[in-house]
Design a protein around this ligand. Structure first.
Ligand code: SAH
Length: 402
């Protein structure tokens, strides 16, 4: 398909969404469209007009999704050609220009809507790039997008990852496909703050690593000296390696996935040249962390630093209230394991639960525990994961000292 070959697809939108789009919200929902000049094809450029038929903006059209248009631009009309995409990638790359030194070779180069590339994420793991597509609107342009990335970002390999909703509509593209470079025969290893991590960029969760938690991991390192650490929902041991390097006496990882724990063990092995990491006692427990934290069998154990970083507990809006309660219960159970002077780090990545709701639930749990505590810090998104609209603002964390 050549989206620019046919007359423009024109949409007029309900008055109530005009100010929302003008303010930069990147999603136009199907129920806010008043009329449409013709049926549109997936990924074609839609031109949006306001009620007075003035140009409002433009975006990528999705005939099937509830988000009918992913906005690219509002304001004055612009020509969306190759130079336009090139410029937009340059802007995203420039934003990261001074964020990392050579000790960090894994980070996000492009964070979807918040970088002007709605539903498209580009992560770097050393010389491997991972391009993750969350919406079909990119499929018709994928070859062009990959060529533009290749011009601007040096790399040896580029892997395509597709979210579940895209996977069965993507042919000839496939999930985990190597778009450029050699097949992945050895682990992809990168540096984060000087710690080596391996990443399963073809099959792993997200693009293989939770790059969004880097700043919290750095904070955990600074809190870990001499402490016994519990890392619940550890995944591949991100927080654990930092805690170990920060001087933790021991780290216990809890995860339900044996693959995640095996990766955590390998990540320790990659870093044994660092004396503090080699010294730290590391233990992996394959378990349901909710059960483990509630089990009286584990109750005699105590820890000086506990990290809770569960997967999203509200996948949809209807699960919000239940998720807020679950965050509270989780914090409450974890506090039972905290030794005097202990620190709790509780995180939430549920987009449907606001920062106020999450922080409120954890503070209430801490109050109910009946032990004096102080709030050390709350944190949000890292600079390579900008969040420019409310729905993108998913990550929050709170640090409590007891
Ligand atoms: N803190 C990690 C990311 C955690 S992602 C990091 O910094 O890299 C959430 C993890 O929770 C995943 O590894 C998933 O396997 C695990 N998980 C999901 N449900 C679980 C459960 N009920 N009990 C324990 N682990 C669980």
């Amino acid at each position: 398909m050549n989206p620019e070959a046919t007359p423009n697809l024109k949409l007029r939108v309900a008055q109530k969404v005009e100010p929302i789009l003008r303010a930069g919200h990147p999603w136009l929902f199907s129920d806010s469209i008043r009329d449409q000049s013709r049926p549109g094809q997936v990924g074609e450029l839609a031109i949006i007009y306001d009620r007075k038929d003035r140009f409002l903006g433009m975006g990528l059209f999705d005939p099937d999704g509830p988000i009918r248009v992913r906005m690219l631009h509002t304001g004055k009309p612009q020509k969306v050609d190759r130079a336009w995409w090139q410029q937009h990638l340059t802007t995203a790359l420039d934003r990261r220009r001074n964020l990392f030194d050579a000790q960090t070779t894994g980070y996000r180069l492009c964070n979807g809507e918040s970088d002007g590339w709605p539903g498209l994420v580009l992560d770097r793991y050393d010389t491997t790039l991972v391009l993750k597509i969350y919406t079909t609107v990119w499929l018709p342009r994928l070859t062009e997008v990959v060529a533009i990335i290749a011009e601007q970002v040096p790399h040896e390999r580029l892997i395509l990852r597709l979210s579940r909703n895209v996977q069965d509509k993507a042919l000839p593209f496939t999930e985990g496909q190597i778009l450029r470079g050699a097949p992945v025969l050895a682990p992809v290893v990168f540096l984060e703050s000087g710690i080596r991590f391996e990443v399963d960029a073809v099959l792993g969760q997200k693009t293989g690593f939770y790059l969004d938690q880097r700043e919290n991991r750095r904070r955990v390192e600074s809190l870990a000296s001499g402490r016994r650490v519990l890392n619940a929902f550890s995944f591949s041991g991100g927080f654990s390696l930092y805690a170990a390097r920060g001087g933790a006496v021991s780290v216990t990882d809890l995860d339900i996935s044996p693959h995640a724990l095996a990766a955590a063990n390998r990540n320790f092995a990659w870093n044994l040249h660092q004396p503090a990491i080699a010294r730290c006692r590391h233990e992996c427990v394959k378990t349901d962390a909710f059960d483990w934290l509630n089990s009286t069998a584990t109750a005699p154990r105590s820890f000086d630093l506990i990290i809770l970083d569960p997967p999203s507990l509200a996948r949809r809006e209807s699960e919000r209230a239940q998720a807020i309660r679950a965050y509270g219960r989780l914090a409450r159970s974890a506090i039972e394991f905290l030794a005097p002077q202990g620190v709790l780090v509780a995180c939430s990545c549920s987009a449907h639960v606001s920062a106020e709701e999450f922080l409120g639930a954890v503070r209430t749990a801490a109050t109910q525990a009946g032990r004096p505590f102080t709030e050390l810090q709350t944190t949000g998104h890292a600079a390579d994961h900008p969040a420019t609209f409310p729905e993108a603002n998913y990550l929050k964390a709170i640090y409590l000292g007891f």
